[in-house]
Design a protein around this ligand. Structure first.
Ligand code: AMP
Length: 380
């Protein structure tokens, strides 16, 4: 007899936490969701122990898991799609640890722990870079430096949040009633980390993050785009090592540094700006300015977008930031509907009826995307 449900476990194994969701992929219903924290810091000693806790938490539900999908940070130029993590693919992925020395060992450790605990259940890696690297042309993906650095060290643009951009691209095509292969979009994932993608004919032609998630938009604690010479200048003047400079740019910059708000949290920034704080106001304007700048650029690159899609904690929830962005898009004939823009966390058009390009909120669901990819890859 055929099983009534198809259980897919989605694992996001990070450096100090392990998040999971369990889906029935016959209906895409979520059966369970949870988080194990403080791995190696007072909680479980390693990812295998964390996973044992997941099994205990799941109880009966842990029986009969059919497939497991894993979030993996970096697929380099090797993984242009999600892939079953066979021995050969694990070996290839291990060579990419240099691209994410903090996250990759944790991601791959989660896969190895699943191999041991869920014996015989296939594991699929879903790479955050794959959606971008699959279709991004070299004119967008390469840096204008001697190509030997790309050959020797893989220095090029990869992009991140690929799973989220892919999910909202597919959802947008459905919402717009267009075939995926014909949809042109600018997708905006605005959260603690933020990135935009230019989607032409359903695939990425450019994205704002680069070799690492540091590039592009102004983020919670990341500076985004910056003149590389400015970085060298600070390093020289303040005698900073590469590791110290990395911390400054990734952890001590962005909305936090400009707005004077810990973590650069958007809600706190908006509250502070409303009280007349000039730093918070400037931080919000920087965020909106650079987002609008890239929307304009990417609209050109995709040959005219069918829609601008917004997602992520800020994109889905902050009517204030959305308003600040759209205010700058008048030249594209884009207009906001202030009443519609009050919406939070649901699929909704927030642009006015007469807007030349609709602005649509689509809540992202990376876990479901991972589960869908897992089923697709293993069905091959
Ligand atoms: P994420 O990284 O996608 O979880 O997004 C986190 C960001 O979303 C933080 O800057 C939050 O302040 C912001 N955010 C979450 N909920 C809201 C909300 N209701 N209004 C404004 N910003 C929000």
């Amino acid at each position: 007899m055929k099983k009534a449900i198809r259980k897919v476990l989605v694992v996001n194994s990070g450096s100090s936490s392990l998040k999971y969701q369990l889906f029935d992929m016959k209906t895409e219903a979520r059966l369970a969701k949870g988080l194990v924290e403080r791995i190696g810091a007072g909680g479980p000693a390693n990812h295998a122990e964390a996973l044992a806790k997941v099994v205990a938490d799941l109880g009966e539900l842990a029986n009969g898991i059919d497939e497991i999908g894993h979030r993996v940070l970096h697929g380099g130029e090797v993984f242009k799609d999600s892939a079953q993590m066979t021995k050969a693919n694990m070996a290839k992925a291990k060579k990419l640890v240099k691209f994410g020395p903090l996250h990759m060992p944790a991601n791959l450790g989660g896969i190895e722990a699943c191999e041991k605990i869920f014996k015989g259940v296939p594991n699929v890696g879903v790479f955050d870079t794959a959606f971008h690297i699959a279709t991004m042309p070299d004119c967008a993906g390469m840096y204008a430096i001697d190509p030997k650095y790309c050959k020797k060290y893989g220095i090029r643009k990869y992009g991140f949040h690929g799973t989220s951009h892919k999910f909202i691209t597919q959802a947008a095509a459905k919402f717009l009633k267009k075939p995926l292969a014909k949809v042109n979009l600018v997708t905006c994932h605005l959260g603690n980390g933020s990135s935009l993608a230019a989607i032409k004919n359903g695939g990425v032609v450019d994205t704002t993050m680069g070799l690492t998630p540091l590039a592009g938009l102004v983020m919670g604690t990341r500076c985004g785009d910056i003149d590389a010479a400015a970085v060298l200048s600070i390093m020289e003047s303040e005698k900073k090592s590469p590791a110290e400079m990395d911390r400054i740019l990734n952890k001590e910059s962005g909305l936090q540094a400009v707005g004077g708000v810990k973590g650069g949290d958007c809600r706190d920034l908006c509250a502070k700006a409303a009280k007349g704080d000039r730093g918070a106001e400037l931080a919000l304007e920087m965020l909106a300015y650079r987002t609008a700048l890239y929307i304009g650029a990417y609209n050109t690159i995709v040959g005219g977008a069918d829609a601008i899609i917004m997602t992520g904690g800020i994109g889905e929830n902050s009517s204030e930031v959305r308003a600040r962005i759209v205010k700058r898009l008048g030249a594209l004939g884009i207009k906001l509907d202030p009443k519609a823009n009050k919406v939070r966390g649901e699929i909704a058009v927030v642009s006015a009826k007469g807007s030349k390009i609709p602005v649509v909120i689509i809540p992202t669901n990376e876990e479901l995307m991972i589960a869908r990819d897992t089923v697709r890859v293993l069905a091959k």
